[in-house]
Design a protein around this ligand. Structure first.
Ligand SMILES: [Mg+2]
Length: 250
């Protein structure tokens, strides 16, 4: 564990005034919970790669407004079982999904590094927000279930603002909610393009949380951390300067 550096309780690191974070697989160990749901559904998580692939496909259709969340869940479940040769109708898919969803929700939990990082940021005087691609009610329930309902100064959910990451408008919505310029705000997330590069294109400091440790240092101009324990040091140290992108900062 990287210990948080000493800090004043009233001085924010550098010029940075707020940090936005993604929720799923950034603060919450969503994959662990989702694997638990899959085990409840089929008795094992050996089919996790198929479930993950199917989820990526159907969740993208939800994010792109091609399916609402409930329809996405039903279609995903039908496609998952069809991949193993079992055809089920909408009613049976919805029933199985409710079983999986209940098991997954009971397993929702934060990564061990999430709370210490949020506490350090808060104690440093940095404001906090989340920016997440998800339906409103579902995601607010999830945030509350892990004890974070009162932690953030702004909660920006794609299902509420009508645009999703990596669209620059959702990042600017967060900056507006915080009353800050994009270059005063960092965004941290587990998806390189959706989170880190999307934020950078909107003029924020994009940071990629690569928990699988496939990369270290930087990818292009994007700083990479492998744990939220590394975030304080990065913010206090040497975040790269934001390049001028006036066409995106409107
Ligand atoms: Mg994520």
């Amino acid at each position: 564990m990287t210990s948080a550096p000493n800090h004043s309780t009233t001085h924010a690191p550098g010029q940075l005034k707020a940090v936005c974070l993604d929720v799923d697989d950034t603060l919450l160990d969503t994959q662990r919970a989702s694997r638990q749901g899959l085990r409840e559904l089929v008795g094992t998580d050996r089919a996790w790669p198929v479930w993950e692939r199917t989820t990526d496909h159907y969740y993208a259709r939800f994010v792109n407004d091609e399916l609402d969340f409930e329809a996405m869940c039903v279609e995903r479940t039908k496609a998952f079982f069809a991949a193993f040769g079992e055809q089920i109708d909408d009613t049976e898919a919805a029933r199985r999904e409710s079983v999986r969803m209940a098991a997954m929700q009971s397993a929702w939990g934060l990564f061990d590094d999430a709370r210490p990082c949020l506490d350090w940021l808060r104690d440093s005087g940095v404001r906090l927000a989340v920016i997440t691609n998800a339906p409103s009610t579902y995601q607010r329930k999830k945030i509350a279930a892990v004890g974070l309902a009162d932690v953030f100064d702004a909660v920006v959910i794609s299902g509420e603002v009508g645009v999703a990451k990596p669209d620059p408008r959702i990042f600017r919505t967060a900056c507006d909610a915080l009353g800050l310029r994009p270059d005063e705000v960092a965004h941290v997330g587990d998806r390189l393009d959706t989170d880190a590069r999307g934020a950078a294109r909107a003029g924020l400091h994009g940071v990629w949380l690569d928990r699988s440790r496939s990369e270290r240092g930087t990818v292009g101009d994007v700083p990479v951390i492998t744990s939220l324990h590394e975030l304080p040091e990065l913010l206090v140290g040497d975040l790269p300067a934001i390049p001028a992108m006036p066409e995106l900062i409107g």
